[in-house]
Design a protein around this ligand. Structure first.
Ligand code: ATP
Ligand code: MG
Ligand code: MG
Length: 383
């Protein structure tokens, strides 16, 4: 039987595996930790590091195509796999997306085609770079170049002295200073591109973050104008074409108070803000990834219902500061109309850990939002 492979065993790998299995594939997961969300559902777990040559060879021998659910897999591993098996996304796309400096230069380089620029920024690799920071970049945010997520690896800075302290705290490795922009709201655009160069773009999603972590995604976005949506979707399609990308990719944008659009970052994989597609679109982002890597026609991206997605963090298991013993009242949540609960099989809830998500679909957005508020009340989440 036909096997698909995925690098990484987190919840994105799990939902990918489930989509692949529902289309008749068997799934092999390569992941160093032995108890992982994707490993629980896959037909095969290859327990090896992301750059373990033997593990990669086993994955390549088993599968006819391999993808990644984790943007920080070494690009060299994807290159090695690609000598034996079709790999999507490829090492190039992933290496740009996993390095904030490469990503920002790429966005600048294709701004003429995409019509959008990233935030003003500067690479900070030495004390001399700090001395040379122009006033126009402050206040700003100093970000690590690699491995940052959920706002980790970021320090807000008001002065050159703040930058110096933050740069020291980050171990004086190259960082990226970005100007702090006046955000009105944040949006993301999910796209998929096939090996034949055809691409599709999902409806634009409006995202609310809390403590640096995605809190809700609402589609259609209550603040998003048609003009903004068209511009962001066109930019996303220009960006994937320019990258020569194959697979699902999500691009985050900022909409500023003056209405202008700024490109922030991209994830070379299905994305948390695209989870609503599982319940509200004809083709989910995971099924779309399966199609792209199996070189099948891309699926219909049409959204059939307004939707609101809420991330379920470990916090809802805590009845007090220390005790993670309360079982959330899923029975009450699931009694709400339009509720779709997705839990990732993680059995040790920790604060701020993504344990699952909940998507409400309804005939109108207002109804979906009302049910989401009711779920927040049941779960003890401030709306
Ligand atoms: P993710 O989990 O989305 O990968 P991340 O850690 O890679 O997050 P960013 O998305 O770059 O980091 O930033 C996290 C959040 O910080 C953004 O969603 C936005 O709310 C805020 N932010 C980042 N850069 C800027 C900026 N230049 N100006 C204003 N706010 C910003
Ligand atoms: Mg990021
Ligand atoms: Mg982000």
């Amino acid at each position: 039987q036909a096997w698909l492979g995925v690098m990484g065993g987190g919840q994105l790998g799990r939902m990918f595996a489930q989509a692949a299995q529902s289309m008749g594939y068997q799934v092999a997961v390569l992941e160093p930790s032995d108890d992982c969300p994707a490993g629980q559902v896959a037909q095969r777990l290859i327990n090896a590091g992301y750059s373990d040559g033997q593990g990669l060879d086993v994955l390549a021998a088993q599968c006819f195509a391999v993808t990644t659910e984790f943007e920080n897999v070494p690009a060299d591993s994807l290159s090695r796999l690609s000598q034996h098996v079709f790999v999507a996304p490829d090492a190039h796309g992933v290496s740009v997306a996993q390095d904030r400096i490469a990503e920002k230069s790429f966005f600048v380089g294709c701004a003429a085609k995409s019509g959008v620029q990233p935030a003003p920024h500067k690479v900070i690799a030495s004390q001399a770079d700090i001395d040379a920071i122009g006033d126009e970049l402050l206040p700003g945010i100093l970000k690590t170049v690699r491995m940052g997520y959920d706002g980790k690896g970021q320090v807000r800075v008001r002065s050159r002295e703040d930058v110096r302290a933050a740069f020291d705290s980050m171990g004086q490795v190259a960082c990226l200073l970005e100007k702090m922009l006046p955000l009105a709201y944040e949006v993301s655009v999910l796209t998929a591109r096939g090996a034949d160069g055809q691409s599709v773009v999902y409806p634009i999603a409006e995202n609310v973050h809390r403590d640096g972590i995605l809190f809700t995604t609402t589609v259609p976005g209550p603040n998003v104008s048609d003009d903004c949506a068209k511009k962001a979707q066109a930019a996303a399609q220009a960006i994937v074409a320019e990258l020569g990308y194959v697979g699902v990719l999500c691009i985050e944008f900022f909409v500023l108070k003056d209405g202008s659009l700024v490109v922030n970052e991209m994830a070379p994989r299905p994305h948390n803000s695209g989870h609503y597609t599982m319940d509200a679109c004809v083709t989910s982002q995971f099924a779309q990834q399966v199609r792209a890597m199996a070189r099948l026609p891309l699926g219909d991206v049409r959204q059939h219902s307004p939707a609101v997605m809420l991330n379920i963090l470990g916090d809802v298991w805590f009845s007090d500061e220390t005790d993670a013993t309360r079982e959330p009242a899923w029975d009450q949540v699931l009694a709400l109309p339009g509720a779709n609960l997705h839990l990732y099989g993680k059995d040790d809830p920790r604060r701020a850990r993504k344990m699952g998500h909940l998507t409400f679909v309804a005939p109108t957005l207002a109804e979906a939002q009302q049910q989401l508020n009711a779920a927040c009340a049941i779960l003890g989440i401030a709306p």
